[in-house]
Design a protein around this ligand. Structure first.
Ligand SMILES: O=C(O)C(=O)C[C@]1(C(=O)O)C=C[C@@H](O)C=C1
Length: 300
C-alpha cells in the first residue's frame, strides 16, 4: 500500500511510492466525476452575480467560489493546507486552531500553484462534458411531462449537491497535479547534474524532455480506460453486468469513458508536467554557486 501520510512514510521521494499515490488518485478522480455526472450542468453556479442571495451576505463571487471559500475556511482551521500536498482554491483563509504538525521538509520551498488553471478548465471544459447525460435525461423527462423550453434543460436546481461534488473533484485533481512536485524532486535528486545546466539556462523544453516518460503515460492511459469502463458499468443486484431487453450488456454507463481518458491526456498529465517543470525552474533559487557545484556531485 503506497501511503500519502507524510508523518509515517519512510521514503517520501521513492518514485514507486509517488506513482502509487498517483494511481490511487485516479480512482478518486473517476469516482468524483461519476458523482458529478448525476447532476445537470447548472451553469448558474459558475457565474458571478447569478445569486443575489450571496451578494446579500456580502460575498461577491460565484456560487462555486462561495462553496470553496466556506469549505476551505473550515478545512484550513483543521490545518489541511499545512500538508505539503494540499492547495486551497481560495485565499485569506484562517489559521489552524491546532499547532502545525512538523512535516518533514521534502520539497524545495516554492510557490508553484496550478489551481487557477484547474478551476477555469474544470468550469469551461470538464463540467459541460461530463454532465451531458444528466442534462439529456432531464430534457427527456421534462418532454415526457409536456414541459418544453430547451433553455431549462441544463438546470436541475441541485446547486448544493453539484457544488459539493465540484469541490471534491477540484481538490482531487489539484492534489494529483501538485504531486508533480514530488515527482520532480525525486527525479532531480536522482541525478541533479542532468538538470542543473537546463535550470540555469531556463530551458523548459529540455527539462520537459528529462521528466517525460512516454511508457509510463501510455500505461496510465490504458489503465485509466479500463478503470473508467469498469466503474461506469451498472451491476445487477447479483453482481452480474446489467443487460438490456435483448440480453446484451448495458454499456450506456454512468460516465463518458473517452471523456475521462481525454481529460487525463489533454489536461491532467500536461498540467502535471508543467508543475514539474515550474518546480524545477525554481529549484536552485537562493543557492550559492558553491552549493550548486556541490549539488552536481550528489545523487541518491
Ligand atoms: O510518473 C512520472 O514520472 C511523472 O512524471 C508523472 C506523469 C503523469 O502525469 O502521470 C507525468 C510525466 C511523465 O511522462 C509520466 C507520468
Amino acid at each position: 500500500m503506497q501511503s500519502q501520510n507524510f508523518m509515517v512514510v519512510e521514503d517520501p521521494l521513492s518514485l514507486d511510492r509517488i506513482r502509487g499515490v498517483l494511481t490511487r488518485l485516479e480512482d478518486t478522480i473517476i469516482f468524483s466525476l461519476i458523482e458529478r455526472a448525476q447532476f445537470a450542468h447548472n451553469a448558474r453556479i459558475y457565474q458571478r452575480g447569478a445569486f443575489p442571495e450571496l451578494n446579500a451576505l456580502g460575498f461577491q463571487g460565484s456560487w462555486l467560489e462561495w462553496f470553496l471559500k466556506e469549505i476551505e475556511t473550515f478545512h484550513a482551521k483543521a490545518r489541511r493546507y499545512t500538508s505539503p500536498d494540499e492547495y486551497p482554491f481560495s485565499s485569506d483563509l484562517p489559521d489552524p486552531v491546532l499547532a502545525p504538525l512538523k512535516f518533514p521538509e521534502i520539497l524545495y520551498p516554492n510557490s508553484v500553484n496550478a489551481n487557477p488553471s484547474i478551476l477555469s478548465f474544470y468550469i469551461r471544459t470538464i463540467v459541460p462534458r461530463i454532465t451531458r447525460r444528466a442534462t439529456m435525461a432531464l430534457a427527456a423527462s421534462k418532454r415526457a411531462n409536456g414541459i418544453t423550453g430547451d433553455e431549462e434543460y441544463e438546470d436541475d436546481g441541485n446547486y448544493g449537491s453539484a457544488a459539493t461534488i465540484d469541490v471534491e473533484v477540484l481538490q482531487s485533481i489539484s492534489k494529483r497535479v501538485h504531486y508533480g512536485k514530488f515527482v520532480s524532486e525525486s527525479k532531480f535528486q536522482d541525478n541533479p547534474a542532468a538538470f542543473i545546466h537546463h535550470i540555469q539556462n531556463r530551458n523548459r523544453a529540455a527539462l520537459e524532455g528529462l521528466i517525460t516518460k512516454p511508457e509510463v503515460e501510455r500505461k496510465l492511459l490504458q489503465r485509466l480506460e479500463k478503470k473508467a469502463a469498469t466503474y461506469a458499468q451498472d451491476f445487477a443486484p447479483d453482481g452480474e453486468f446489467k443487460r438490456d431487453a435483448n440480453g446484451n450488456v448495458d454499456v450506456t454507463g454512468k460516465i463518458d469513458v473517452d471523456g475521462v481518458v481525454e481529460l487525463y491526456e489533454s489536461f491532467i498529465i500536461p498540467l502535471t508536467k508543467e508543475v514539474e517543470v515550474d518546480y524545477l525552474l525554481n529549484r536552485l533559487s537562493g543557492l550559492s554557486q558553491e552549493d550548486i557545484e556541490k549539488l552536481k556531485h550528489t545523487a541518491t
